[in-house]
Structures are given as structure tokens and as C-alpha cells.
Design a protein around this ligand. Sequence first.
Ligand code: PLP
Length: 499
Amino acid sequence: MRPMDAEQLRECGHRMVDFIADYYKSIEAFPVLSQVQPGYLKELLPDSAPNRPDTLDALFDDIPQKIVPGVTHWQSPNYFAYYPSNSSTAGFLGEMLSAAFNIVGFSWITSPAATELEVIVLDWFAKMLKLPSQFLSSGKAAIIFFTLGGGVIQATASEAVLVVLLAARDRILKKQGKKSLEKLVVYASDQTHSALQKACQIAGIFPENFRVVKADCSNSYAVAPETVSEAISIDLSSGLIPFFICATVGTTSSSAVDPLHKLGKIAQAHGMWFHIDAAYAGSACICPEYRHHLDGVEEADSFNMNAHKWFLTNFDCSLLWVKDRSYLIEALSTTPEYLKNKASQENSVVDFKDWQIPLGRRFRSLKLWMVLRLYGVENLQSYIRKHIQLAKHFEQLVLSDSRFEVVTPRNFSLVCFRLLPPTFEDDNGRNLNYSLMETSNSSGKIFISHTVLSGKFVLRFVVGAPLTEERHVDAAWKLLQDEASKLFESLYIINAGAH
Ligand code: PLP
């Protein structure tokens, strides 16, 4: 095969698209969770790369035989684990075109369309979410103050929180006129994603200054603002410097929504940076009936959501907006001689290299643009509503079987539930629910995941894969009920034998 030949690309590309279309057509036939054992691939592939080229036929033989068995099918309609990671035809087309141009769009001049399309689609998206105009590149604030805010595509929510933490850290250090990190304190709840902890490690925040506040289990595991206030007061009286609060809309374990407005006011009162992580649930907020979950976003310095989770945009596409880009740029900008150019020096353009960790960046806005154009806001809203409706349906099914309980109120498309343990079990249902998850997942028919809330081992059922229909939810529930019956049967036999 030649490095790039248009006719060869056409032929091979058609073959690959056919393979992919067939994959989606038959996706339900595969075990959702890959059933291979660790190291399986080493047995199947040679020890070193081929010296002479392989044929395309040989490659296409290997994909179904050697690769597909080791794939967990996130796009399967029977995938209900973690949070979703959506693909779509539009997202896929965007990925193809991005791969075709294969630009490295770090500065405006490296491909003006990449930067400008990103600015435009992030403004579109901010308007869909009804974010305050300070977050827009072309908002009112932009006109008055000459562009302070704006959006940028990061690869992941983890990178988004890292870059804003670095911006906030440098802002406070500059304000304090100090160089030392040892007094800086970050606040979040025990339900905040571990991405923040990693960001703190990278940013040099002292581990003892990462203040993890216990969420309120009587309020669906949202954090109580008073608890954050108290922690801040204690730290201030010890001479520490509170500088960053992270709130979550749709926590990873249970989809809790932190009280944005009150947390924002606390942050403001102490001159702290306020970041909102809405990685999963942000998508739901394009629907007017779920937008209230973002009330208080006007207090935030930065807001993030993953279009690659629940918004039909292929991984990776994490959207970050800031009210004042200058802090990001001050923390992250470098301009070596070899990157200098007229447009950048005249300050007339955005250079997204200064808003992120790496230098290089893909043309990711293409896929988001195609998703927005080819589906339209109304269809995207219906898509979200359908999943939430299916999750409600699943919740009702759980509630109708007295052997189970719904553990936390459902906010979006995640249902947290578990099997109630029989009285003679003394581990609070851990083994029982772990076994239910394991037997269900190893059947290959569904994939669900778990968490622990207040010491309870809880099963998580998330509706969010693009192809999921009611029949898949019903079949998943039937499987869970059947597996539960088998488990109870064996438990009672063992227990009867023990007496
Ligand atoms: N924040 C929340 C609330 C999440 O649920 C997740 C992942 O599920 C993340 C952050 C991390 O996302 P990413 O993989 O984009 O870093």
C-alpha cells in the first residue's frame, strides 16, 4: 500500500466503511463486555512488526478474529455501564474529515478554519445551554471588553479541570505576590470525579490541602454549601488560602447536582475560582425542563461538559468555557521563535495552544458542527428526553419488584439500585449485588457498573447508548430479575444447609 493514493484510499475506505456499517448492523450479536482474558492478544499476534507489507485481506481477516473479541461494545444498545460515550453518523463523518485533513491546529495560521469553527460552534453551544453571555466569544461582554470569555474543546473533562485549576492557581499566586503553593486549598465533595484529585497532584497542590467535603446523603449526595463554608472558615483561621471550588452537575456515582448558586456565592465572597463539572449531565440542560440544573452557572468562572458522552459526538470532545480567557493564557502560553507569526503577534486571533496542555490539537470542531447541523437542536432534545424516559421506565420496573430498592432519586438517565440483602447476610448486600453484576455482565447480554454510596454496594444502570430502545431496557431488567432469582435460590440453599 502506498502512503497516500486517492484511488487506493477510495477502495480501502469503502471497504472499511462497509465493515463499520456491518459492525453496527450486527452489534447486538457481540457480548457487550469483552469476555477475553488478560494477555489474550499476545497469543494471537506475532512478536514483531512485519518486514514486508501484509495484505489488506489479511488485515480484514484479523479484525473480526483477533480485535473484535477484545472490544467492549460501548455503542451496543445493551450497554448501560459508567456513563455513555456516544457515536453517531454525523460524529463519524466529522471524525473522517478531521482524519483526512489531519491538521495540527495549535495556532490560528495552522488552519484558520479549525480555530474559527471551534469558536463559532462553542458559541452556538453556549447559547443552547443558555450560558451567561460572558462565556461567549461574541457575547455582550466580548463587545464591551474586547473578548474576555470563550469556549475551547479539550480532549476530556480531566484536562478541562486541570487547565482551569492551573489558571486559578496562577491567578491567586499573582494576587498574593507569593510563589509558594503550600497554603493553597481546593474544595470539592467526596462525590467529585477523581479527575480533580489528579489535577491537584499535577498542579502541585499539597495533598493535605485538597479538602474533600462529605456530600449530604440525605439530599441525594449533593454537597451542602454550609459544609464548604465551614471548611473554608477553619482553613482561613489556620492561615491557609482557599482558592478553588469545584461543583458537579451530575456526579459520577449518582448524578447528584450540587447547589451552584450558593457555592458560587461562597467562592465569590472569598475571591475563589468556581468551576462547574457537568461532564455527563450538561447535555440534558439543552432541554428547557432540565436547564434549571444549571441555575447558578452565572457565578462560575468556568463550565465544562463532554459532548462525547451523551451528545452523539464521537470521543473525544470536551467543551470548556471560561469567563476570562486571560488567566488560561497567562498560565499556559509559551511563544518560542519557531511558532511566532504575524496574526498571533498582532493579537488579532485566538491561538488555542495557549488554552490547553499539549501544543498539537485535532480539528475536533468538525464533528460537533456536523452533529449540530445534521440533527438540529430539536432532535437532540428528543434524543435526551427519550433516554431519560427509558431510565424512568427502568426505575419503575425496579420499584415494582420488592426484592430491589432504588437507592437515590433519579435526576437524569442513571438509576442507582440494588438487591435488598436477606436478613442472614451480614455484609450489607455487597456480595449479593457484586454477584448480580458479575453474572449479568459475564452473560454478555448487558454491561452495567457499580459504585458505593454510604457503604452500600450500588448498581448503576445508565441509559445513553444511541441505539437503546425500550425492548433493550425490558430485556436487561428480565435478565437482572432472572439472575437475582438464581442468586437467591443458591443463597437460601446454602443458608438452609448451614443450619
Ligand atoms: N466528571 C464527571 C462528572 C464524570 O462523570 C467523568 C467521567 O465519567 C469525568 C469528569 C471524567 O471525564 P473524562 O474522561 O472526560 O476526563
